[in-house]
Design a protein around this ligand. Structure first.
Ligand SMILES: C[S@@+](CC[C@H](N)C(=O)[O-])C[C@H]1O[C@@H](n2cnc3c(N)ncnc32)[C@H](O)[C@@H]1O
Length: 233
């Protein structure tokens, strides 16, 4: 997969998420030990949503970030956007998802007018994008002045004593368990490949700044293997 570039890579990613959509949530819980739920709560707190805010979640998948947003702020207007229809189909019947407006779109070309959202979130989406700076430029474009972009993502494992354990976990355990649960082992070799290619929190911060976001900060989670970045327009 790593040899694929540009639209071919995007096409591969889309097909892979379509195939694993039925097992995605359960794998998420297993791989993070359920911690992803707490991270999503953090993402919404950091979005700092006011009354009747409009929130866009890019690469929303099965919609868990927006379901969390609606729990914290029942009056928030939520739009979930993803280019894999099958992932969103899995999200629609979930409890709490009935108020989400679902939208099939590529994160690199969002079909929304300028300055139409108070906050834009994404969870585990950015590492899949073939042009990350363009994705953040789009998020910035649709954001109202003063609004926030919040990005939850896996980071390149830091060079410390735990690094071999993380690499073993991502490279061996995840494909094995993912294969057992979904019968799609190749799909779960994509995750370690995309993590090995992924960025340090500082590298991601620079990309967000290049896309025009300001005051970019991040917090590290899960022994620095996950980070939440926040930037402002
Ligand atoms: C790992 S899942 C994350 C789902 C969800 N945000 C979560 O937190 O669980 C990545 C999602 O990104 C979507 N995705 C990847 N590249 C995309 C793109 N260029 N445009 C829109 N969605 C994309 C995939 O379809 C998939 O649903």
């Amino acid at each position: 997969m790593t040899h694929l570039q540009g639209p071919e890579r995007a096409h591969y990613v889309q097909g892979m998420f379509a195939r694993i959509s039925g097992h995605y949530d359960v794998m998420n819980r297993l791989m993070t030990g359920g911690r992803d739920l707490a991270w999503r709560r953090d993402v919404i707190r950091l979005a700092n949503l006011g009354p009747d805010a409009r929130l866009l979640d890019v690469a929303t998948g099965t919609g868990d970030i927006l379901i969390e947003a609606l729990k914290q702020h029942p009056d928030v207007q939520t739009v979930g956007s993803d280019f894999t229809f099958e992932m969103m189909t899995r999200g629609k019947p979930k409890a709490g998802a009935e108020h989400i407006a679902w939208n099939t779109a590529d994160a690199l070309h969002l079909p929304f007018p300028d300055e139409s959202f108070d906050a834009v979130t994404s969870g585990f989406g950015v590492r899949n994008f073939i042009d990350r700076e363009q994705a953040f430029r789009e998020q910035r474009r649709v954001l109202k002045p003063g609004g926030r972009v919040i990005c939850l993502e896996i980071s390149k494992p830091p060079k410390n004593l735990l690094r071999p354990f993380f690499l073993f976990f991502f490279n061996k355990i995840v494909p094995f368990v993912g294969g057992l649960i979904s019968g799609q082992r190749d799909a779960y070799t994509y995750l370690p490949q995309s993590v090995n290619e992924f960025l340090t929190p500082d590298e991601l911060k620079i990309i967000m700044e290049r896309a025009g976001l300001r005051e970019v900060t991040y917090k590290r989670l899960m022994m620095s293997t996950v980070a939440i970045h926040v930037g402002r327009k």
